[in-house]
Design a protein around this ligand. Structure first.
Ligand SMILES: Nc1ncnc2c1ncn2[C@@H]1O[C@H](COP(=O)(O)OP(=O)(O)OP(=O)(O)O)[C@@H](O)[C@H]1O
Length: 562
């Protein structure tokens, strides 16, 4: 029926536009010239007999439209709907895809976001449903039949086991099971695992364990108070967070942990290291470079050098500083070099995304051949335990949609305390949105990179404690910050890259966090659509996000100069 209608429309439009030309003798002559020897027209169908004067041509684009309509009307349509839960739920039910349906290798998925560059698509949406209830990186290790003492099996000392128990951590996650033994053995490590999978403990636990073992033998030596570990992170907030975990673990042994972040003067940095040198320093690259240049730090006894959030740290904006810092360190290229007098430092590179190019950047600063790669199975995949909704919406309507989403969540949860993170692409949008939500009576905090250090301090902590309902922020909050209480992440502006999408979405569905976390993304601009389509394709195909293929699984040794 529909195809007939399109056919009729084609006929009518073709008639209207060509009516005058159709009946002119010149046109008939030229159209006869276009015919091939077998009497068929070369372009499109010609619905006329040679002896008649009326020639009606259906342009190619209309023929294509008719084909499209035929396809969606079911002629060539693939049935992607089976009994059971839906993997992709679309506004147009014909585009739903069941969790039980597996696309063939050469089968092209029909996307709900296909026409989203068109203005008529406003109001359209699709949902990638959660097909699992728990994160794959915790579920596997918390089965009843696996004994409670798994951390003990990893040879973690008693004091650390007790410290973990006090914060209710009993079973290691997959990444912890894989990483801890390798760090204990003295290997350089590249650890690539999903957001929220517990990477911080996977390096801090073996570090503190080994420091206490060494400390026992060096109790009275002159090296007793020297910096043993440097952890490099991209933001001040993350430095404070990692330092807090470190302090919990270090408490039984009396080790000191200190942080240095950017935005403060050299005076402050000098103050941090004036008194005793701490065993563990957690720093941002800018502050650490300043401290090293002023000679505030002595890294001669360094045992561990950790680069957390590696994709950001190897980004061109940080890479030069990182190389500068690495010049002050002596990285081991063999586990044997990490022990005894004159030992060198172990390099631990950690992250949730390793886009192509990280391997190359890493090659500049160290010998990749010495690195053991630990890579999780689900790296760069969409999280199967988090529901992700994509809504095509006009820019002006985004604030109303956000308000609606907050109201719905409040009805569902009762209170919003610290449970929503809203990401914007620019600091100015964060400020503007803040003022608008204020007028709507939504209690919130703002966090963006252009804030002065003194204003920024403590904002994230107060959100974590639940003192504010909503955090409006830029991507500075998307890397590494632990948001275990968060139920909803909103991409008010659609992220500019897959990497940003993975990190933002990773603020929900974290180990030990709330279980029903969701992501809501507003898609307002035509330039956002390509990324949305890639994400939808990856969800329907159940593959990792494209463009994230990195060479980390095949580290090539650096060719040494004579
Ligand atoms: N074995 C465990 N069992 C339960 N919870 C854990 C375990 N290990 C860590 N956690 C908790 O999981 C949360 C996430 O940990 P962490 O911040 O280390 O993740 P991450 O992998 O570094 O994430 P991101 O990639 O976002 O930086 C924290 O609240 C932490 O306390």
């Amino acid at each position: 029926m529909h195809s007939l209608k399109v056919g009729y429309l084609a006929l009518a439009s073709s008639r209207a536009s060509c009516s005058r030309r159709l009946f002119s003798p010149e046109f008939i002559k030229s159209s006869a010239c276009c015919r091939c020897s077998d009497g068929q027209a070369r372009f499109g169908h010609t619905v006329a007999k040679p002896e008649e004067t009326q020639v009606i041509r259906v342009p190619r684009y209309l023929q294509k439209q008719v084909e499209n309509v035929k396809q969606t009307r079911g002629k060539n349509k693939i049935n992607t709907i089976k009994a059971g839960k839906l993997l992709v739920q679309s506004k147009n039910p014909a585009l739903n895809q069941s969790a039980g349906y597996i696309l063939g290798k050469f089968e092209q998925p029909v996307l709900s976001s296909k026409g989203w560059k068109h203005t008529k698509s406003f109001g359209d949406y699709f949902i990638i449903n959660n097909t699992k209830t728990t994160a794959p990186f915790v579920g596997e290790n918390q089965k009843e039949d696996i004994e409670e003492e798994t951390f003990k099996k990893l040879h973690i000392c008693k004091e650390l086991l007790d410290a973990l128990e006090r914060i209710n951590i009993t079973h290691p996650t997959t990444v912890q099971l894989q990483t801890i033994p390798k760090v204990m053995k003295g290997h350089n490590i590249l650890c690539a695992a999903e957001t929220g999978s517990g990477k911080t403990l996977s390096y801090l636990l073996p570090i503190v364990h080994r420091l206490q073992a060494v400390k026992k033998s060096e109790m009275d030596s002159e090296n007793a108070h020297k910096i043993r570990t440097v952890v490099l992170v991209p933001s001040r907030e993350l430095a404070e967070q990692v330092a807090a975990v470190s302090r919990t673990l270090c408490a039984p042994f009396g080790f000191l942990t200190r942080t240095v972040g950017g935005g403060r003067g050299v005076g402050h940095i000098k103050m941090v290291f004036k008194r005793d040198q701490p065993e563990i320093v957690v720093a941002t690259p800018g502050a650490l470079v300043k401290a090293l240049r002023r000679g505030c730090l002595d890294l001669s006894e360094l045992s561990f050098f950790v680069v957390d959030e590696a994709d950001t740290m190897f980004d061109p904006s940080f890479c030069d500083m990182l190389q500068d810092i690495l010049l002050h360190t002596n990285i081991a290229s063999d586990p044997k070099e990490t022990r005894g007098p004159g030992h060198k430092a172990q390099l631990l590179v950690v992250g949730a995304t390793f886009p192509g190019g990280v391997g190359e950047a890493l090659n500049k600063v160290t010998d990749l051949g010495s690195i053991v790669v630990i890579k999780s199975k689900m790296l760069h995949f969409l999280m199967p335990h988090v529901k992700q909704t994509f809504l095509k919406v006009k820019g002006v309507d985004k604030i109303l949609e956000l308000h609606q989403a907050l109201k719905l969540l409040q009805q569902k949860k009762g209170v919003l305390e610290g449970s929503v993170v809203v990401f914007c692409n620019k600091s100015t949008t964060v400020n503007w949105l803040g003022y608008s939500l204020e007028e709507m009576g939504v209690q919130h905090a703002r966090l963006q990179g252009e804030m002065p250090a003194a204003v920024r301090a403590g904002i994230f902590r107060s959100f974590q404690k639940g003192l504010v309902e909503v955090l409006i922020c830029t991507d500075i909050a998307s890397r590494g910050l632990d948001t275990s209480k968060v139920h909803l992440v909103v991409n008010y502006d659609f992220p500019e890259s897959h990497t940003d999408y993975i990190h933002r979405a990773g603020r929900v569905g974290r180990a030990g966090g709330v279980e029903d976390g969701e992501v809501l993304s507003f898609v307002a601009h035509p330039w956002d659509v390509e990324l949305v389509q890639k994400i939808e394709t990856a969800a329907r195909r159940r593959t990792s996000l494209p463009g994230m293929e990195s060479d980390i699984h095949e580290p090539k040794p650096k060719i040494k100069n004579k």
